[in-house]
Design a protein around this ligand. Structure first.
Ligand SMILES: Cc1cc2nc3c(=O)[nH]c(=O)nc-3n(C[C@H](O)[C@H](O)[C@H](O)COP(=O)(O)OP(=O)(O)OC[C@H]3O[C@@H](n4cnc5c(N)ncnc54)[C@H](O)[C@@H]3O)c2cc1C
Length: 377
């Protein structure tokens, strides 16, 4: 029995814990200094832009494609195991094309996606307005792309369901426990191995360590003398309440454009009302001081959403929030694979703007890396 310790229980660590729980002969322990689904995960909008993303090849596309496929089986699996409903919008994503965007590029992408079994529908401005009456008169609108296979999921409900399902598969969770350091020994081929994970509540022996600690990954890898730099990029969003749904109540895809998402939240509405999440800002740190949410930027996002859907001007703001996205420095997101110099430490961090989208594929990559090593030994 190999013992895997997963550090971090945001959406990424929880997805890894669950995927590993499906393997025989592994004992899995997940540790978080808070409760599951806090930090970046609690701020996310859960928009899963796969087919409609412009990524077409290499790792970036493979991870998206694999996540989209896994989501379709994962959600029903988790719902059955936990007997809970996970808000999962299967009505697709409508991407508005504005200004000097080239529709020809979208047509090329649509052809490629068709061959991949992920059709996209290209709409002209007239079709957009007639099919989506909630949209106002957008001067710069040149068309839209509708992707029926893309999704949106409630990130915290998903994370809690992953934890609940993993618990049913004997994964042990330690919350309110902070990992503070490691004990290492020399391993094979001049690498090192972590043998013990040190926490503020005692030591745990480990055969494998998975660092899925988001922004906490930098100090943890620094403890191992191999710092992986992940820096915060702040995002703000808000929840709006409307007395009526935008457009057709039975047809509520996510609407996105100009880097603003309008996300229907059916589960919050009652008696014909409807809530929407709107976001998100992208605010980079300046210097070494902590990033402070800039109210004017959030207001700018709201005004852009109102420019798309004028009825949002009548909405009540129910909640505003912000979170810090873990963005890797000097390498592309996410950071996924072995920690250099160690033979039993895997990194699953730095997912930046797509951690919810990429969590299932990340979990599969970690599972495969462990299985390959175990079966090779
Ligand atoms: C406003 C906003 C909107 C977003 N919208 C989307 C979206 O629509 N779609 C999408 O895919 N992504 C979105 N994202 C990005 C997404 O939120 C992140 O990529 C994702 O949540 C990263 O998950 P994670 O599990 O790696 O990190 P986190 O959720 O930050 O979890 C890391 C965990 O590690 C724990 N930890 C850290 N250090 C230690 C330690 N030493 N000991 C124990 N525990 C530790 C922390 O307590 C935390 O719980 C958005 C982000 C923001 C801020």
């Amino acid at each position: 029995m190999s013992h895997v310790i997963v550090i971090g229980c945001g959406v990424v660590g929880a997805a890894i814990a669950f995927e590993l729980s499906l393997l025989p002969r592994l004992q899995v322990t997940a540790i978080d200094r808070q409760h599951p689904g806090q930090n970046a995960t609690s701020a996310a909008l859960g928009v899963l832009m796969g087919a409609i993303s412009k990524k077409v090849k290499g790792r970036a596309w493979q991870l998206r494609q694999q996540s989209m496929q896994r989501y379709e089986t994962l959600i029903p699996e988790l719902e059955a195991l936990t007997q809970t409903k996970i808000p999962y919008n299967r009505q697709g994503i409508l991407k508005l094309c504005l200004g000097d965007e080239k529709m020809s590029k979208w047509e090329e992408l649509a052809q490629l996606r068709e061959s991949q079994g992920l059709p996209l529908t290209i709409l002209n401005p007239f079709q957009v307005r007639s099919q989506y009456p909630q949209l106002g008169n957008i001067d710069t609108l040149i068309g839209a792309v509708y992707s029926p296979s893309d999704r949106q999921v409630h990130p915290v409900s998903l994370t809690q369901a992953l934890v609940g399902a993993a618990q049913r598969h004997e994964v042990k969770f330690h919350f309110d426990v902070t990992v503070e350091g490691f004990k290492t020994v020399a391993g094979e081929n001049s690498t090192k191995s972590v043998t013990v994970v040190r926490t503020n509540r005692g030591d745990l022996t480990a055969d494998w360590v998975v660092v899925a600690a988001g922004l906490g990954s930098t100090p943890l890898t620094a403890e191992l003398q191999k710092p992986v730099s992940v820096t915060p990029v702040l995002g703000q969003a808000l929840q709006l309440h409307l007395s009526h749904p935008l457009g057709n109540p039975d047809w509520q895809p996510v609407i996105t454009g100009d880097d603003v998402h309008i996300v229907p939240c059916k589960d919050f509405g009652s008696m014909g009302s409807m809530d929407y999440w709107v976001g998100a800002t992208v605010e980079f740190p300046t210097g070494k001081s902590a990033i402070v949410p800039d109210e004017t930027r959030l207001n700018d996002v709201l005004q852009r959403a109102i420019a798309f859907c004028p009825d949002l001007a009548q909405a009540t703001v129910v909640r505003k929030w912000s979170g810090l996205r873990p963005r890797p420095d000097e390498q592309s997101a996410p950071v996924l694979g072995p920690l250099p110099g160690y033979n039993n430490v895997l990194l699953a961090t730095g997912h930046y703007r797509n951690g919810v989208l990429l969590a299932p594929a990340t979990a599969i990559a970690i599972r495969d890396a462990i299985v390959e090593k175990i079966s090779g030994n």
